[in-house]
Design a protein around this ligand. Sequence first.
Ligand SMILES: Nc1ncnc2c1ncn2[C@@H]1O[C@H](COP(=O)(O)OP(=O)(O)O)[C@@H](O)[C@H]1O
Ligand SMILES: [Mg+2]
Length: 483
Amino acid sequence: MTGPLWTFAEIAAATKGRARRDGEVFGVAVDSKEICHGDLFIALSGSTHDGHEFVREALGKGAVAALIAKTPKGMKGTDPRLIRVKNTMAGLRALAQAARKRTTARIIAVTGSAGKTGTKNAIYQALLGKGLTHTSERSFNNHVGVPLSLARLPREAKFAVLEIGMNAPGEIAPLAKLVKPQVALITAIGRAHVAAFKTERDIAREKASIFDGLAPGGVAIVNADAPFAAALLRAAKDAGAKEILTYSLKNKGADALPVKLAYAETCTCLTAKVADSLITFKIAMPGRHWVSNGLATLLAIKAVGGDLGLAGLALASLAPLPGRGTVHDITAEKGAFRVVDDSYNANPASFQAALETFAAMGPAAAAGRKIGVFADMEELGAQSRKDHLALKKTVVAAGLTCLYVKGPGMEALLDALKGRIKGFAFSENQGLFQKLKQDLRNGDLVLVKGSRRAGLDQVVDQLLALRTGRNVSGWGAPVEAAE
Ligand SMILES: Nc1ncnc2c1ncn2[C@@H]1O[C@H](COP(=O)(O)OP(=O)(O)O)[C@@H](O)[C@H]1O
Ligand SMILES: [Mg+2]
């Protein structure tokens, strides 16, 4: 049995707030919909909602205390469940700082343009067998998600692995400084959220600012295959990293690299050199990008004194996150087809990775075709059209023969592929699904990918609803609910 996460007195001391009595909380939440019994509810004021309006609901659902900056309507200011601070966002950050200060856990922070959540989860799974391990929920990686994840750090934790993300320049460094990780890891660098950045180099620089938060004696882990890897290494050195470890699929000088590789449709088997160890293991996710994420995971485990053997076992039993490559085998009235659900999100790096993985997959039956259901990659700014057109070669190489697209970028891509690939453009998901449903044939293999805003998960849900009789899912159940 683990003890309370915080006492009221500790919360008040950390946030310079005022508690009217002592008590204990076992969790922290900022969303009244996600309250668990025994939580502290922090009433943040967002652009659309003011958390103070939800305090009563949160308390009704089992929260035992609320951090507030003003008395919620319908409540008495003297209510002993209220802990009053000047500013609740500052309160959340202060609680995160207090959690960081008191912990003896080894902390790993993960950033990158793609693969953050997947790698974070792999590291988490790999550390579980070694001691109490904490991790950020889903993709809680921003100015709220990071402090919230820290504030939830159990006092007895031996390890923690947290995701750090960004939408605009300057966001990563303050979050990294809050987390003060002993190990900071960068996955892929690519064009994502570039509307807010001038160049890919600027993105690399922003990602590299994670190293500014390294705890003294910290370890930097860098993907030597990423664009601007040299700049990342330099940034790690300038930030004073005590040790800099690299991983690569091809660079013989890297600290972690594959020695032997066998790619399969749904997994990869490999022997890798990781520092001075040689280990043979399986990664239960297909594609080169997952070899990369797997090597990064092993280096991170090594850096915090984890167990490489346990890490190998964890990688062999990874389950895909919802919408990040889940394979569904669907038996419908018209026949059996396979859907690769990568609908969670899309940017150029993840689109290339998904297409490369799809290239290695065969249709579900001899007569089947390879079909793409693609929506635009968002937030690419002025280069958007160019980024979409840049997928042309990979789409052809992936063996796709038919595309169902949504959005101007994907329409431009379809146009550029005219004569080589058949395709249809739609302005909304319903029309797209109806046409796809009509055209689907036995044995078809369908890749669904687009930015989150496009909501292509609706198309996947509709495809799943076509199921009749016995169906099997290729890769087992997802490990968490979608965000
Ligand atoms: N190392 C990588 N390089 C490029 N693409 C990747 C990598 N790892 C995962 N991906 C792709 O990115 C998608 C999103 O993965 P996720 O782990 O959720 O990333 P993030 O948390 O950075 O948004 C996956 O579906 C996969 O297609
Ligand atoms: Mg994420």
